[in-house]
Design a protein around this ligand. Sequence first.
Ligand code: BES
Ligand code: MN
Ligand code: ZN
Length: 485
Amino acid sequence: MDIELVESHEEAASRAGVLGLVAGPGLAWQGGADGYVASLGAGFERALERVGFKGDAGQSYSFDTGSESPHTVVALGVGEDPGSDTLRRAAGILGRKASKEASVAMTLAVEGQAAPLVEGFLLSQYSYDRFRSKPEPARTDSLLLVGAGERSDCEAGAVVADAVSWARDLVNTPARDKAPLEIQRRVAEMAERSGLRLETHDVPDLEEGGFGGLLGVAAGSDRDPCLVELWYEPEGAETFVALVGKGITFDSGGLSIKPAQAMATMKTDMSGAAAVVGAMQAIARLRLPVKVLGLAPLTDNMPGSRATKPGDVLTTRNGKTIEVLNTDAEGRLILADALAYAVEHGPDLMVDLATLTGACKVALGDTIAGVMGNDDSLIDRIEKAGEQAGERVWRLPLPEEYRRQLDTPMADMKNIGGRWGGALTAALLLQEFVGDVPWAHLDIAGPARWTRNEHYQSKGGSGFGVRTLVELVADLAEQGSGTTE
Ligand code: BES
Ligand code: MN
Ligand code: ZN
């Protein structure tokens, strides 16, 4: 899509079929649009009053101008002092209303906030059409932003939207079309384009390397697992971050098989891996000066005849042993290996993302991720990054006293805890593999899948985590990883 900054609403109006005007409380038109609003005549504001449009965040109203250009003006409410996600959503609402319009314009409401507008607009145009014989009709190909903005902010917004869409595509792809090695092939293509270095680990390599968790989960599938290792090493980087994403290409539960209803959406169980790889694509294209290692352990979880059986014991990459009492608690087994492997490279901090537990969804619902970890300042940073990114995260505790739920006489730990607090016992197991590295874990079981079309979200894979990771790394680029100023 072509994105352009223009100076006046009059210019935008002459070139766009649909024009979005942004208002705060009391119909305070942003970006100097008053003159243009006046030119629409009294009927416009009268219509807004009639429908109760006051400029509150999330409100919108489409008004037919009776002329050609623009034929429709969309009033978009953003409330007092809009944050970046209010803007992202407003642009998403406009994008949805105008999706069949070739040329769309919008007020750049807050100076320096072009990026979230571009992100929201582009993401609202997303759909996964690969298997539809009638794809969605043609979409907007030109977006005009009215006001004082920077070209580079528009480009950054487009880079991030691209990365989120790339992750959504991967998540929405049916499991049969995304075997671990197929994902690796798609990552290789992307890495080539984006200037990332890819190292791959095939089965012999994983055996040699002692990745018993990943191999144990993969044992029940005919499709080979792999570990994708992506590097971004810009010159002059002072901080080194490791990102790890759960990549279960289909979670049947294994021999502890899931009921049909719970299995229906389990192609999305690689959303953590998609977020990590998507974020790395954006980080590289934005040239953020931080060294990043991205790891995605990829495998099916299937109940084939060679599958790991309840009661089996696996030896992981760092030598710790895990008794598998429920093969459906598989994410932690592959993350154990990947986290231990990340630690070996000596990162300053690590973040993992995983659709890890139904319990986290029970606790926080389906739009909020849980965040846990061993480092308060890292968790603070992630909370801030999530807020900026419009991805909701909420801190959950890591109660040391629950660790004994993982005790077993058979091994160093078992892979399930008791009945309650399942998101926490899962995170406590992961903690066994992070050593002393500052680490945070995001349980994205809820928000990895969006359940409805709204603003810039569409039903299906959401790409959740990409934007938070990019914000986090951008923050590290500015502030470094230390806590002192
Ligand atoms: N991938 C699931 C978690 C999940 C559930 C993600 C619903 C998204 C939506 C995970 O592998 C799993 O099966 N977890 C089990 C753990 C249990 C066996 C301890 C769960 O949450 O039921
Ligand atoms: Mn599972
Ligand atoms: Zn799973």
